[in-house]
Ligand binder design. Structure first.
Ligand code: ZN
Length: 403
């Protein structure tokens, strides 16, 4: 009898727990299960084939307007009054291919999971948007962010940071949420999935970082070389919250990006500045005016041969020269006549998680929760299905996610 009561109790509690879980996973979550990635933008024609069965849907009316078992290599082009796909003309401005469960579409040679929508842009180009499960999306980007051979805890930390940033990027007002290049996170579709990075995504399924119950932009970068950066030093409109304040980092010392050196002709710098609307004459010298608390450059002074001086922010100067040319905003300058040497440290903007530091922490035995707590102080890890409100205010979403 007693046992039966106990059993009943366990069963009821189990049911209650299951119901509670269902409610918290129900439709009330603010965040959708899917993310829309622009995989082709403003193209004249797109290569397409479809492996397996599929349906074609007119997104304006929601009607299915075609079906097929397999689509051989074909081109998608715009005609005056519709979209040409193979031999079929669809009189729509937006059509979606819905592959069956085990089917997939190949766009410009790359396979993608999920639905693919062809959109006619106002200036008559084709933009292709992949509507994909958030978890599959994270699998498609992780490989491009970190080596799939890194320790699992470092991969899990990156999976959470990438998933959080992806959800932060959702933009219902636009035809797509993110692009698949460096302006969002590089996304390679199915072809970028690897066993260990997939595993890191599965292990952390649904987990995101929040601060005071809201998702925030979990920026990350390759190597901080000593201290991470306050987000507001790079993007004045980034949220002013503890998880985006810089922390000291001694974990990335083995990074191949810890030190760098570049040499420029002063003429090249002059041309780059001119190209971006700074009218400077012949340059005589460049010097650093001040640095912020992480050691990165706040302002630079460019002295011209005519005596004029231009003061420019370090982050602006790096963007003008190219973020992959001036690897970081932390360097020393040595003038050499018509040339200048930059001796720098680190790679990337320096905000948020230091990826090589995460690797160092994982090698020292820290787990992914400890890694995330270190680089995003006072952040809280939760399942995004439990979130009922959108993320932190997005005043001036940074234009570039460049590292
Ligand atoms: Zn670091």
């Amino acid at each position: 009898m007693r046992r039966n009561i106990l059993l009943a109790l366990i069963l009821t509690t189990g049911v209650v727990a299951a119901v509670a879980a269902k409610e918290s996973n129900g439709a009330k979550s603010y965040y959708p299960e899917k993310i829309r990635v622009a995989i082709v933008r403003d193209s004249r024609e797109v290569d397409l084939n479809i492996h397996g069965r599929y349906a074609v849907r007119d997104m304006t009316t929601g009607r299915v307007i075609g079906r097929g078992d397999f689509l051989e290599d074909t081109k998608v082009r715009l005609l005056k009054r519709g979209i040409l796909m193979g031999l079929d003309v669809y009189h729509v401005t937006r059509l979606t291919i819905e592959p069956d469960r085990d089917s997939f579409a190949v766009i410009d040679g790359r396979p993608f999971r999920g639905e693919v929508t062809f959109i006619r842009t106002p200036d008559n180009h084709i933009t292709v948007v992949n509507d994909i499960d958030v978890e599959d999306y994270v699998k498609g980007i992780l490989y491009h962010e970190v080596s799939h051979r890194w320790p699992m805890e470092a991969l899990k930390a990156q999976a959470v940071a990438s998933r959080t940033y992806a959800l932060y990027s959702l933009n219902p007002a636009q035809p797509y949420d993110v692009t698949n290049d460096i302006y969002s996170q590089v996304y390679g579709g199915r072809g970028s999935e690897r066993y260990r990075t997939d595993l890191a995504v599965d292990y952390t399924r649904g987990q995101v970082l929040t601060y005071r119950g809201k998702i925030f932009p979990t920026y990350f970068h390759a190597t901080c070389a000593g201290m991470t950066e306050d987000a507001r030093e790079v993007w004045p409109q980034a949220p002013d919250i503890p998880p985006l304040m810089g922390v000291p980092c001694s974990f990335c010392k083995m990074s191949p990006h810890y030190y760098w050196k570049r040499n420029f002709r002063l003429k090249d710098i002059q041309e780059a500045l001119d190209l971006h609307g700074y009218k400077v004459g012949l340059i005589k010298g460049i010097s650093i005016i001040d640095r912020d608390r992480s050691g990165r450059i706040k302002n630079l002074k460019i002295t011209q041969r005519n005596g004029n001086e231009l003061v420019i922010k370090g982050v602006d100067f790096r963007n003008i020269m190219g973020p992959n040319v001036v690897d970081s905003n932390n360097y020393k300058i040595v003038m050499k006549g018509y040339y200048v040497d930059f001796y720098g440290r680190g790679w990337g903007h320096g905000v948020g998680m230091c990826q090589w530091g995460a690797l160092g922490m994982a090698k020292q035995g820290f787990n992914y929760k400890q890694i995330l707590a270190y680089y995003y102080p006072r952040s809280v890890l939760i399942n995004y299905h439990e979130l009922k409100t959108p993320g932190t205010a997005k005043a001036g979403h940074p234009a570039a996610f460049v590292k």
